[in-house]
Design a protein around this ligand. Sequence first.
Ligand SMILES: [Zn+2]
Ligand SMILES: [Zn+2]
Length: 242
Amino acid sequence: MEQQVTEGVYFIQGQDEFIPDSHVYVVGKPDSEDLSMIDAGLMGKGDYKIRSIQNLGIELKSIKRVIMTHTHLDHIGCLTGILERIPWAELWVHDVEAQALESGDERTVYGMEMFKSMCMMQYNLKPGDFSVRVDRKLNGEENLELGGINWEVMHIPGHSPGSIGLYNRERKILIPGDVVYADYAIGRFDLHGASGAEHKKSLFRLAELEVDILLPGHNRIVTNLPPGYIADTARQWATYLT
Ligand SMILES: [Zn+2]
Ligand SMILES: [Zn+2]
């Protein structure tokens, strides 16, 4: 399932299995031919994501980069498959997780040992499968102009050490990865490199933004977010986030 959320912002719904598959967003004005994919998804979902992009009438050659909100398995699983289809595209990841990937440290990708062995068996993965080269390491201070739309990069660690959010101030659009979802849910904060205290800080930082359109990594998207929604969510979770 794919749809345009608003001009220059497209949503491709994750196809969850017994492990979730992250949503993908494609951002950029179509005539700019400078589009960006946000996240990839679970192993085996690359063809579905590519097909969905084509169903939207977007030409693959206009996809110039993949930007990862973070590198958990449900977001990065089919990245190599997707990059094989668009080999000209750059890969942009926050510095902390980029360094881990490049050095072959896959602890953040798998999150926990038990999950790692299960997934490696289930999906026939080998150590080093996610040792990709990152073209641009983000630090969370960037103001990006991508295909005619401005995005502020925010480093919002806690769910993972290098989680980033993308915020468009003009149209009040937030792509927060797995940091905050609809329905007062937040991402887990017990995996490798996660931190409840950092997650709390990140939520309160996001709470300062005016957001109308919330485009998280999973579950439903919201196009008329009530004012104060992220602040309410942060307050509800605050006592658990230490
Ligand atoms: Zn995640
Ligand atoms: Zn996720």
